[in-house]
Design a protein around this ligand. Structure first.
Ligand code: C2E
Ligand code: MG
Ligand code: MG
Ligand code: MG
Length: 274
């Protein structure tokens, strides 16, 4: 069907487009500047063993506070960084900061691990794995203390560069987690081909666990799939005790969410571990 615009609506529509465009440009300008000056930082969200609620590690989440724009969500600026190629410098800067912090605070990794989000675009860079491994060695850290989280996209399908990078990271000792499993583009084949260590069930299914039977069925099946393939199951977005209990019944192994812990500053994370 067609939509007809009165001239007033049309003017509002184009104004909106223009201001949206200006908003995007403003974001890109500020982001470029702040990445250049390494102003982005990170928070950590603890991840727990659901059976006894002990902290097994944490997920590193990038944060950006800009002097003009205030706090901007990664859900907004990561896609923009990917569209503009800023993501490479962003990932590099963040890995540097996380490794440096981990080196300065050995307690962070004494019995726990850290999980870091990587863009699919990073994995398309021929030299990515080498650069990460070199950076890690420069900070005298062990790869087995780190998990790389990736969200699948269609570019993963039979892509040799991606597979080589993942293989090299694995070989060096990094673990691999598939993030946001079940929404968007996810492939069963990649669970095997990429030798996935962990599968993170998207929060969409977890949040709808109690009120949507279909989400519950899918959740159960994803957890069973993990068991069958010897992959660790991780549920994200746990917002209530009821949901946590249901996940325990399904034998989900690891969880994170506001009901357990919110993302926190690296200092607060250290205090919590202590
Ligand atoms: P993600 O990797 O799936 O991370 C989980 C997101 O869910 C985080 O949002 C986290 O703060 C939020 N979350 C955790 N528990 C709950 C809960 O119980 N309820 C709700 N409603 N939300 C919860 P955040 O920090 O805004 O990050 C959004 C996305 O941005 C991430 O999704 C990830 O895809 C991307 N991202 C974050 N940090 C980085 C990074 O360093 N590099 C890259 N490439 N992407 C990142
Ligand atoms: Mg993640
Ligand atoms: Mg996720
Ligand atoms: Mg997500």
């Amino acid at each position: 069907h067609s939509v007809t615009y009165s001239s007033g609506n049309w003017a509002a529509f184009t104004d909106n487009l223009k201001s949206n465009h200006a908003h995007q440009l403003g974001l890109i300008t500020q982001l470029t500047d702040d990445i250049e000056h390494e102003k982005l930082y990170f928070h950590i969200q603890p991840q727990v063993n659901l059976a006894d609620r002990s902290i097994i590690g944490g997920e590193v989440l990038v944060r950006w506070h800009n002097k003009h724009l205030g706090q901007v969500s990664p859900a907004e600026f990561i896609p923009l960084a990917e569209q503009t190629g800023l993501i490479y410098k962003l990932t590099d800067m963040l890995l540097e900061k996380v490794f440096q912090w981990a080196f300065e605070h050995p307690a962070a990794l004494s019995t726990q691990r850290l999980s870091i989000n990587i863009s699919a675009l990073d994995l398309l860079q021929e030299d990515f794995a080498n650069q990460v491994i070199e950076k890690l060695q420069n900070h005298h850290l062990s790869a087995c203390k780190f998990t790389i989280e990736i969200t699948e996209t269609s570019i993963f399908q039979n892509n040799n560069i991606v597979h080589n990078n993942v293989r090299q990271l694995h070989h060096a000792g990094f673990k691999l987690a598939i993030d946001d499993f079940g929404v968007g583009y996810s492939s069963m084949q990649n669970l095997v081909v990429l030798e996935t260590d962990e599968l993170k069930i998207d929060q969409f299914f977890v949040m709808n666990l109690l009120n949507d039977p279909q989400s519950q069925t899918l959740c159960r099946n994803m957890i069973d799939l993990c068991k069958a393939l010897n992959i660790v199951s991780v549920a994200e977005g746990i917002e209530s005790e009821e949901i946590l209990q249901l996940l325990l019944q399904c034998q989900c192994q690891i969880g994170q969410g506001y009901h357990l812990y919110r993302p926190m500053s690296p200092n607060d994370y250290l205090k919590l571990l202590d």
